[in-house]
Design a binder for this molecule. Structure first.
Ligand code: FAD
Ligand code: AMP
Length: 485
């Protein structure tokens, strides 16, 4: 096999594998190097997203949601008798592992179908687009490529005040593997991942406490939606403590068991302590470039340790590109995938650009939170005139029928042009509803365009139509504050 390729991709997460497939579709001879190994020691594709991120977390969110529905929601008004409901954690984890295996195998199948050469081992970028490939037996080979795409992703941030021991103190990966439901579960960081993992184990019976250093809940989200979500989570017994910075932790051995005592400063600046059976550190992720770049590779990092790229994902070294979590921007699977497509198409000579203004963003709690475009706070800070339409799910027939009335849709449009600037939802099917607005925004829709569209009845999406109508002050199924012009 020749060691010369048109494109070599390092990393097969959602940024890298999509870039590799698209490059191969465009007729480029492509290889993708991946060093991730399955529990059995086999090289596997899919990166964080498939192995320890998006997919396994959603598998556990779905299992735990079904369990809590059966336990708490089926009875009562629905009149469904279930008898005693129980869950077998090892079966739940086995199901998750099976899904991961299936999805990862799917990528290998796509690589074969598209003639992407899958190389299992690690890749290091050398000067002049050369790549040093070290296979799993340690055998080294120098590969050449006209273009190299770096897609090495990210890893969890560790903090010295709570060092991971993979037993009592774990990161998000460890929290996907608890063999039994921890009675007392502490989570450091009430961000996206902390809330999702807290929801999983809380539904299964853990008493969950989330310690969050910031005073503002979900500060990157639209604050009207974040406040609504906080009220909903509190009803679910997620104990979210804002303004609480963890300053230390001590693992204590108690007979056969272990627990961890966490010290933190509370919102009044007082020292407090709390003991947990397990502690999950969810304080963010950092770009991963360890062992990736030779000193003379020519690729520069920025001050945050991300690979420095321009809007087209070109690095400071000619012919070297970087995509996904390892570069600036939100650490989201789909953001990296779109960058991968853009770069592959650019390499093939196309003029593709990516619209960074329209990247949806989801938190998979119940109900889910989803957003696209700018928040009200950002638009205000940008000094742009805007108008807002909000519609609650409480007034949507489908939501009432399904007992899913928590939450609302918020649409923000430009005050003069009526062009949609952002949409923020907490409520049933929020991610799929926000996607509708993402498409509308891609086409430059106005709130009126959305309000004039015929929506099926009864659907959750009617809340989107009504919120769009509310922007102009003429929602049908609630009284309007403003009169229609
Ligand atoms: P990664 O997926 O991190 O993949 C990088 C790959 O590169 C890895 O497989 C790594 O082994 C490989 N690699 C690194 N260096 C080398 C080297 N030198 N040689 C060979 N291989 C190398 N995002 C969402 O959009 N939606 C979600 O619901 C969501 N849920 C998440 C839940 C959790 C618990 C976590 C942890 C993350 C979640 N994310 C979610 C984030 C998402 O997983 C990441 O944004 C995404 O995986 C980034 O993709 P990537 O391809 O840039 O990097
Ligand atoms: P995210 O960036 O969405 O993954 O969220 C991580 C969260 O962890 C942020 O909201 C941080 O404020 C929070 N965080 C970071 N360090 C600490 C700490 N020592 N104690 C409590 N929360 C923290």
């Amino acid at each position: 096999m020749s060691n010369k390729y048109d494109v070599i991709v390092i990393g097969s997460g959602p940024a890298g594998y999509v870039a590799a497939i698209r490059a191969a579709q465009l007729g480029l001879k492509t290889a993708c190097i991946e060093k991730w190994k399955s529990k059995s020691g086999k090289g596997v594709n899919g990166g964080t997203c498939l192995n320890v991120g998006c997919i396994p977390s959603k598998a556990l969110l779905d299992s735990s949601h079904k369990y809590s529905e059966a336990k708490e929601a089926f009875g009562g008004a629905h009149g469904i008798a279930t008898g005693e409901v129980s869950i077998d954690i090892s079966s739940m984890l086995a199901r998750k592992d099976k899904i991961v295996k299936q999805m990862s195998g799917g990528i290998s199948g796509l690589f074969q179908a598209n003639k992407v050469t899958a190389l299992y081992g690690s890749g290091k970028l050398l000067a002049g687009h050369k790549v040093q490939f070290t296979d799993s037996e340690g055998k080294e080979e120098i590969l050449e490529a006209d273009n190299v795409i770096l897609a090495s992703g990210s890893v969890p941030v560790n903090i010295p005040v709570a060092p991971i021991d993979k037993d009592v103190i774990v990161d998000s990966t460890g929290a996907l593997e608890f063999p039994e439901v921890p009675k007392r579960l502490g989570i450091i960081g009430a961000g996206v991942i902390g809330l999702e993992l807290g929801s999983v184990w809380g539904r299964l019976g853990s008493e969950v406490v989330l310690l969050e250093a910031m005073d503002t809940f979900l500060s990157i989200m639209d604050q009207q939606i974040a406040k609504e979500a906080l009220k909903i989570y509190k009803k679910q017994d997620l104990d979210i403590r804002l303004g609480c910075r963890v300053t230390g932790s001590e693992v204590i051995i108690k007979g056969d068991a272990k627990e961890v005592e966490v010290t933190y400063t509370d919102k009044d600046g007082k020292e407090a302590k709390q003991t947990f059976d397990k502690l999950v550190v969810c304080v963010g992720r950092r770009p991963f470039t360890d062992e990736l770049l030779a000193e003379d590779s020519g690729v520069k990092l920025d001050e945050r340790g991300s690979i420095y790229v321009n809007d087209l994902c070109s690095t400071s070294a000619p012919g070297v590109w970087a995509v996904g979590d390892v570069v600036r921007g939100p650490m989201l699977a789909h953001k990296g995938s779109e960058e991968g497509v853009m770069v592959a198409e650019r390499i093939a000579g196309e003029k593709t650009v990516m619209n960074y203004d329209i990247v949806p963003n989801v938190i998979y709690t119940h109900p889910e939170i989803a957003a696209v475009g700018r928040t009200e706070e950002q638009i205000k800070a940008d000094g742009e005139p805007y108008k807002v339409g909000v519609f609650p799910f409480l007034a949507i027939g489908r939501a009432v029928a399904a007992d899913e009335t928590d939450g609302m849709v918020k649409i923000i449009a430009h005050a003069e042009t009526d062009r949609v600037l952002g949409c923020h939802i907490v409520g049933p099917s929020a991610p799929d509803l926000v996607q509708q607005i993402a498409i509308a925004m891609e086409f430059g829709a106005s709130a009126e365009d959305i309000g004039m569209t015929v929506f099926g009845h009864p659907t959750y999406s009617e809340a989107v139509k009504e919120a769009a109508l509310a922007v102009g002050g003429h929602a049908i199924h609630m009284p309007n504050k403003k009169k229609r012009k």
